[in-house]
Design a protein around this ligand. Sequence first.
Ligand code: GLU
Length: 292
Amino acid sequence: MGGYTGRFAPSPTGALHAGSLVAALASWLDARAHGGRWLVRIEDIDTPRCVPGADEIILAQLAACGLLPDAAPQRQSQRTALYEQALATLVTADLAYPCGCSRSTIDAANAARGIARPRNGDRVYPGTCRSGLQGAGPSAWRMRTQQAPPLLHWQDRRLGEQAQDLHTQVGDFALRRADGLFTYQLAVVVDDAAQGTSHVVRGEDLADNTARQRWLQDALGLPVPQYLHTPLVRGRNGEKLSKQNGAQPIDTSAPLAALNAAAKVLGLPENGGPIGDALAAWTAQWPWRSAT
Ligand code: GLU
């Protein structure tokens, strides 16, 4: 038991770009620096957003960069039974409840209470169905947050101590959508535990999800990984780099250049290669060591 298992968990919504390669490289280096295993999980849970073939492109891009997983990649689309089980556990514990609210009824309920939807932010769920399902539409399932610690603290290896009041800042969040799809929050927690993930290394844009995931881990009695959120690459508009703001797929004909760009974001020095030597040097220079 024990030991280090890390993972890279791309959503197959497009090819890897300069931003996603940072998370891939960081998770690989962190695993290698700790003598650990590195797994790849294809997060194809949100099927309408998945692009056919993107998973194979991502795996080929990783391979071109010398980032090879230690086991066959897993796909969330094949793990629905595990998510069903976790949801059933939460329902039995009365920590999850059905919700018939649409986005517009949530916005209307919040507006009536004088709560504006934060720009680019998630809606805080106003709790409309918390003590009984309202409406006759198909229902989603939500996680109760009133039972969570009032201020949920967690530790990030780079960002330090973090805290979030889930109930007021997030509200009861979705575990399963009305269309039947399980959400990222539930799937990632179930999979990280099932794959024995001891260390989560991912982009800083995801840091804000960690308190929800910590609450789910506590509610499901799952082990808690260590977290490291990596610096982001910003696009033309100053926001996180994405296809929408100009990210180009990484050029696999020049993998060393792509890796050097990612390494620079992580504060690592330029390396003249070849790739294997660069990866070995960065592993030795990796700044974020943790007691495993
Ligand atoms: N699939 C998520 C993404 O591509 C990452 C999930 C994670 O690392 O926890 O944004």
